[in-house]
Design a protein around this ligand. Structure first.
Ligand code: NOJ
Length: 535
């Protein structure tokens, strides 16, 4: 495989446009705002930006409810702003990855509006999953939406339509040729406009099987799919191994077709990354077979405890499974759907883990704000906007905490994010996190990320495999230290609550998350910290 592919070991910065930077004072981030901050992104040392959706949308699910996939929602600007953003990023050597949402449209999409006006059995309805009610008037099956409540909503003439997510997000029927054609058109539209790749939303969900059959345990399945619900691992595995609407073989045919489209732009090196929560983990490798997609997200680090055994297993498994299909893994500590890593495992721990992960082979994803060490925002229920909050009557708090806008500068909230009222409140305590303050502090998380990413590029990218030094299987009874070497760099993570005396001789320190005490040729790595040494 050609190691020159730009995406292979790229560092990709995820921007949730609504929360990044507001250029026009309406309280929501926009494309022009992102363009105005590109120098900041470039300086971080990343290779590409993944933009969460900015398409025309009623915004019932943060833009993942798309009513026109080939236009920009006015809240984010217009198509020209998208062009300017893409071109300006390219001038700085940054690639752009767009989000594509093929599992569903918004109910405001013209196709769904036409379906509502058309008769049962019509071609307009066949683009979605419309079925008659059961004889007793209940939905065609007992599936539960991933956002809570039934997966079906009834329309005026009595038919139901399927929605794995919110009722405003009708699932598309991928047995319909028009659906294929429309998405192929959308892919080409954005490639022609200049994007360099796609993040494929719910990539494992497009093909459904047995749509009219009940699931034996819909509530159990729904809980198993929710990462915030504790469940016996065996039970969870049993439920997840066959989800009638996820990871069906048919999805791979779609990606084989898409791959041909990407490759037809022979001078562009267009890539795609699958959002595919599949089980067992080996199934994820199917999405990155040579004739399918380029990367698949590994979500394990979004939930993994700060524990040597757990982290070792996650890392080893991802590297070795991907290797079976000639692919490299991906790593992500946070995204817009999960609690921020600093809130989940702790501030110090999250800095240490990031530094540890930056050395690994493959592509690393950074969720905007992670480089500032942001925690989740504290929100009142009255601030919340996530549909999962409403569909579960508040039982699930939802994902808004991770989506609170970025603090840029100044002493008072909203810290330069907007000249208006931010769409989610930014706590006053976030002053310490703001970019301006972190620029001025050489020990800030922002400087740590910049330094580490620069060193990663210099010493690690394309530098082959890792060799474990300390691991739970190294026989050295080190329960809380992980270390590996790659190229000329050795990376040591001390997960314990006490300092660890490292035996590395004569290798200067290049970066660390704590103060490394060097004495008698030995190095003392503080509790919950990580350090890189160079041979
Ligand atoms: C995954 C996206 O990341 C999430 O934000 C969205 O709610 C669902 N897919 C539905 O599109």
């Amino acid at each position: 495989m050609n190691s020159a592919h730009w995406w292979k070991e790229a560092v990709i910065y995820q921007i949730y446009p609504r929360s990044f930077y507001d250029s026009n004072g309406d309280g929501e981030g926009d494309l022009a705002g992102i363009t105005s901050k590109l120098e900041y992104v470039k300086k971080l040392g990343v290779d590409a930006i993944w933009l969460s959706p900015f398409y025309t949308s009623p915004n019932k699910d943060g833009g993942y409810d798309v009513s026109n996939p080939r236009d920009v929602d006015p809240r984010f600007g217009n198509l020209n702003d998208a062009k300017v953003l893409i071109n300006s990023a390219h001038e700085l050597g940054l690639r752009i990855i767009a989000d594509i949402v093929p599992n569903h449209f918004s109910d405001q999409h013209e196709w769904f509006q036409a379906a509502l006006k058309s008769a049962p059995g019509s071609p307009e309805r066949s683009r979605f999953h419309f079925y008659d009610a059961r004889p007793d008037g209940t939905p065609p099956n007992n599936w539960i939406s991933l956002f809570g409540g039934p997966s079906w909503t009834q329309v005026d003439d009595g038919q139901y339509y399927l929605h794995l997510f919110d009722s405003s997000q009708p699932d598309l029927n991928w047995d319909n040729a028009e659906v294929h054609e429309d998405f192929e058109k959308t892919l080409r539209f954005w490639i022609d406009l200049g994007v360099d790749g796609f993040r494929i939303d719910v990539a494992h969900g497009l093909v459904k099987e047995n749509v009219l059959a009940n699931h034996p345990d819909p509530q159990g399945l729904s809980n198993a799919l929710r990462l915030d619900v504790a469940m016996d691992t065996e039970k969870r595995n049993e439920l997840l191994v066959s989800v009638p609407y996820f990871d069906r073989q048919g999805v791979h045919e779609i990606y084989r077709k898409w791959r041909k489209i990407f490759d037809s732009y022979s001078n562009r090196d267009i890539m795609a990354v699958a959002e595919a929560w599949v089980h067992p983990p080996v199934n994820a490798t199917r999405y990155v077979r040579a004739d399918e997609l380029h990367q698949v997200f590994n979500f394990d680090l979004l939930t993994a405890e700060f524990n040597a055994q757990v982290l070792y297993e996650v890392i080893e498994r991802s590297i070795s499974l991907n290797a079976t299909v000639g692919a490299l893994p991906t790593w992500a500590l946070s995204n817009h759907d999960s609690p921020r890593v600093a809130s989940r495992i702790g501030e110090e721990e999250s800095r240490a883990l990031a530094l540890f992960v930056f050395g690994l082979p493959g592509s690393t994803y950074i969720f905007a704000g992670q480089e500032l060490g942001l925690p989740d925002g504290e929100l009142k229920d009255s601030d919340r906007q996530d549909p999962s909050f409403f569909r579960t009557n508040g039982e699930v708090k939802g994902r808004d905490g991770a989506r609170v806008p970025l603090p840029w500068n100044g002493s008072n909230s909203p810290f330069g994010f907007t000249s208006g009222k931010p769409w989610l409140p930014i706590e006053q305590s976030w002053k310490a996190f703001n970019v301006e303050n972190q620029e001025a502090d050489a020990k800030s998380t922002l400087h740590l990320y910049r330094t580490a990413l620069e060193l990663r590029k210099r010493y690690l990218t394309s530098n082959g495999e890792i060799t474990w030094i300390n691991s739970p299987v190294s026989g050295e009874k080190l329960q809380a230290v992980l270390s590996y070497s790659r190229g000329s760099i050795t990376i040591v993570l001390n997960l314990s609550d006490v300092a660890y005396e490292c035996q590395i001789q004569g290798q200067p320190l290049v970066v660390s998350t704590g103060e490394i005490d060097v004495h008698n040729g030995k190095k003392l790595i503080p509790a919950r910290s990580c350090a890189w040494f160079i041979a």
